[in-house]
Design a protein around this ligand. Structure first.
Ligand code: MRU
Length: 341
């Protein structure tokens, strides 16, 4: 399995997702500022992986912080990491978890604080892999045998500490003996589907076909797609799902064609403080991601551009939300609260 993010010799090592699939190279972050930059520049991306990176970033910051005025330094470290990307709630969840541990260590010796913070970040990573495996187990039964699964963006090992959420469900279905192949939307503009999903599924020898985003309707109508499985960046209390832009269109097309549309995500992606998806902050990214493909200009100079990185799929299009604690079904206000406990 691909190593998305590791802690090696007091540094954070990530596979560079901006270089895949043409180059398999690794970036070493030795400071929390470098981790923040890696998240912002999408060297690492995907909600759970961003959470793991943030936890490791906080640990790295504490490790290198001076002993004087540590509280203020921790505030700065956390604020810097929190300012990287606004939509994936796992970022804020992980920073919150690290902050709470730090607060609980009040009065402890600096060496003890450093040790416990690093341990916690490593635990976030280990737990993420176990959570993805549980999501896979809970979702495998929902995947129809001898059918194609359509997915959007990359919600795989590369978007987590390993195994993946949506791709974890596909992996688990195959491990349970089902014959499944995958259609991957290319996912304009950043091409996570073409560059990352196809690459990681090829590593596992899972048969995968690349389609452009605007082909999804054609194939959903064909009867070939047994279900859609995608990940999520933030899920509101009513079951509205923020995920990579384009997910909403796929969900509407799936419903129109009676194809089940599943969302696979850890409990840490739920944001029950938000009543609906309308309150989810949507990241706006640089125009150059739309006007250029891999550095090559495609649109006339001066073109007006919109580049929302995510959209919100209303809960009525979601057939089920697959988590490590089970599958939530509508009405989501009730089922999600029950899962959180
Ligand atoms: O902008 P990205 O690549 O970070 O967006 C990623 C997605 O939208 C994923 O589908 C989502 O984070 C789920 S990852 C398990």
């Amino acid at each position: 399995m691909v190593e998305t993010i590791q802690w090696i010799d007091n540094a954070v090592v990530m596979i560079d997702q901006t270089k895949l699939p043409l180059e398999e190279t690794y970036v070493t972050c030795r400071t929390y500022e470098e981790v923040a930059r890696a998240i912002r520049d999408m060297i690492i991306r995907g909600a759970p992986a961003i959470g793991v990176a943030a936890a490791m970033g906080v640990a790295l910051g504490v490790l290198h912080a001076g002993e004087r005025d540590l509280d203020r330094q921790v505030e700065t470290i956390c604020a810097t990491l929190a300012a990287t990307r606004p939509t994936a709630v796992n970022l804020f969840w992980a920073i919150g978890r690290m902050k709470r541990l730090y607060a609980s260590l009040h009065g402890a010796a600096p060496a003890e604080i450093r040790r416990r913070m690093v341990e916690e970040a490593l635990r976030v990573r280990e737990e993420d892999i176990a959570i993805c495996r549980a999501i896979g187990r809970n979702g495998a039964a929902l995947v129809p045998d001898h059918k194609t699964v359509l997915t959007h963006c990359n919600a795989g090992a590369l978007a987590t500490a390993g195994y993946g959420t949506a791709l974890g469900v596909i992996r688990a279905a195959i491990e349970s003996g089902k014959t499944v192949d995958v259609f991957a939307d290319e996912t304009r503009p950043f091409l996570q589907g073409a560059r990352l999903t196809v690459w990681e599924l090829q590593q596992d020898h899972i048969p995968t076909t690349l389609i452009t985003d605007n082909m999804a309707g054609h194939f959903l109508k064909s009867g070939r797609i047994g279900c859609v499985v995608v990940g999520a960046d933030r899920i509101a209390a009513n079951g509205d799902v923020a995920n990579k832009v384009g997910t909403y269109s796929v969900a509407v097309l799936a419903k129109e064609n009676n194809v089940p549309f599943f969302v696979a995500a850890p409990i840490s992606t739920l944001d029950l403080t938000l009543a609906s998806g309308d309150a989810i902050p949507i990241e706006q990214r640089a125009a150059v991601e739309v006007t250029h493909v891999q550095g090559r200009q495609m649109a006339p100079t001066g073109t007006a551009v919109q580049n929302p990185a995510f959209d919100v799929t209303p809960a009525r299009y979601v057939s089920g939300i697959i988590t490590e604690r089970g599958v939530a079904r509508a009405p989501y206000e009730e089922s999600l609260r029950k899962l959180v406990g």
